[in-house]
Ligand binder design. Structure first.
Ligand SMILES: [Zn+2]
Length: 305
């Protein structure tokens, strides 16, 4: 069969079909027409490889794709370039950028990709080529970029005045107060609802739940800002002002706190400062306004993988 004349005769039809195939492939980022090739390169130009906080980077990752080593005939048939990202935690793939028109004689392209949520990502260049039988892709090996959650210290510095207010209240009411700090899709942190316990009993004990209300990580498209993720949990410990002087406790995270750690979420507890206390112990009947401090536990940064 004379393939050349066949394709020449049905050129306009093939052309239309190819466009449809291309669009389908573009929308289906898992399609792999051609294996990964070392002719293509993808490099991270913004220093986010080892990890940049989403607060400082706004999730922006600079990438440079190069297809300089594709042979001349192929280079002329480059129709489109794309940057894809795979979330290494969920395995989901996302098309982060595509050129709108043919890229002509270009051999490289630099882009800033915007990740709206934290994550550990493998990023690769895909070049869409036009061949005799339709469009196909070549892929570069992955380059890696980490977008990190804010730390519990970031949360503390942003919401210190609210934490101070809770601490002031807890010393008056003997209730515990607590809330989660959340990250939203605009690289901002907000605080959730403030929960409070009943006033403490004679032993200075109280218990309550701080509800965590967040998006499901692996379902969140990193291109979309519509998510809320917890980045830190905060609560206060009430005084022992009304307890017997024979009763004492160690300030800082309690046994109950350590047995009830929220998965992956760093915690902060506002309590009296051990360094200001004899033996580091807080005894019943103390003055309520001795110095307090914020303790961190359960890590300082929510992990991304
Ligand atoms: Zn506690």
């Amino acid at each position: 069969m004379d393939l050349f004349s066949r394709s020449a005769c049905s050129f306009s039809f093939m052309r239309k079909m190819d466009e449809e195939v291309l669009n389908k492939q573009v929308n289906d980022s898992a399609t792999r027409a051609v294996p990964i090739t070392s002719e293509l390169r993808c490099e991270i130009t913004t220093p986010a490889v080892s990890g940049a906080s989403i607060l400082s980077s706004n999730g922006k990752v600079g990438v440079r794709g190069t297809w300089n080593l594709i042979d001349r005939a192929e280079a002329e048939n480059v129709k489109k370039i794309e940057f894809h990202a795979i979330d290494l935690k969920s395995g989901m793939e996302y098309l982060m950028y595509e050129s709108q028109l043919g890229v002509g004689g270009k051999r490289s392209d630099s882009r800033v990709l915007e990740f709206r949520r934290p994550g550990s990502f493998g990023i690769q260049l895909a070049v869409v080529l036009s061949g005799r039988y339709g469009y196909y892709r070549k892929y570069s090996p992955y380059a890696y970029a980490n977008i990190l959650f804010p730390t519990s210290l970031d949360a503390m510095s942003q919401f210190k005045s609210m934490m101070d207010r809770c601490w002031g209240e807890t010393k008056i009411t003997t209730k515990e107060y607590g809330f989660y700090v959340y990250l939203n899709g605009n690289s901002n942190m907000t605080i959730g609802e403030i929960y409070e316990s009943e006033p403490t009993n004679a032993q200075g004990e109280a218990s309550f739940n701080i509800e965590r209300n967040e998006s499901i990580f692996y379902r969140c498209d990193p291109r979309s800002p519509s998510f809320t993720f917890a980045v830190a949990q905060f609560h206060t410990h009430p005084p022992l002002t009304h307890a017997s002087p024979s009763y004492w406790r160690m300030p800082g995270p309690s046994g109950i706190d350590m047995g009830n750690l929220p998965d992956d979420i760093p915690c902060l507890v506002y309590d009296y400062d051990r360094n200001e206390l004899e033996d580091g112990k807080l005894y019943g009947g103390h003055k309520p306004n001795i110095p307090g401090t914020i303790y961190t536990y359960n890590g300082t940064r929510r992990p991304i993988n």
